[in-house]
Design a protein around this ligand. Sequence first.
Ligand code: ZN
Length: 277
Amino acid sequence: MNSKILKDLSQLCIHTITTKPWDIEKAAKNFSREGVAGITVWRDALNGKNIQHTGHMLRELNLKIVSLCRGGFFAYSDKAKRALAIDDNKKAIDEAAALGAPLIVLVCGADAGQSLEESRKQIAEGIEAVIPYANTANIKLAIEPLHPMYADTRSAISTLGQANDLAEQLNSPVVGVAIDVYHLWWDPALKTEILRCGNNNHIFAFHICDWKTPTTDLLLDRGLMGEGCIGIRQIRGWVEEAGFEGFHEVEIFSTKYWEEDQSVFLQKIKQAYLEHS
Ligand code: ZN
């Protein structure tokens, strides 16, 4: 089962950030033409756009809008900043609703000026504060654990176990987790934790790329699937075993690939997806 090779692109979704040099219209036209089934929209791609029209444009191109990236950043030692974060997450929920995206991915935040425990407490309070708003708008929220190298400023949620704990504590049908192989591949408890959130129907998203060796930049040197050391197909097998049938979302931040012709890069993504995911 874990060695099953993908035969088609019907579960392939690409994040707008992956082909960052393209604006959303260009990305959407190219994804659609190349048979990509889904798109995850980063909020920066919507700057200056009519969001409802953009959603309409994506649906006209037969692209399934998988999620909006990203909300979160709830943890600040400054109370006023925490309040602003809650407002911004409500704004993201409005944007998702206007776009027609059913899900927002949360990069939960961290403040290097306080303990990780304090940041996690603020994250829980922040998500709890926006749950009623998300519920009314019928938008789901996925807690995405980030690799611990980002625990200083980006996410105090570093493991899927922590994300599962939080999702279970919040106990809301709109709250689940996003599993990103780049952040979680190293965790010895990964399979157990994937099966745990599968049991709770908490797997809301699955993100793929690869960890290059050596990696030259901790943010902007992600690899194409097959280019690094992550057992992507094995992890996909666990996610499927846990009952997930959603999209496989290619999320690559790479200065190297952003300098390439994005049409050529898109062909490489398709090939890498079919051969190594
Ligand atoms: Zn991700």
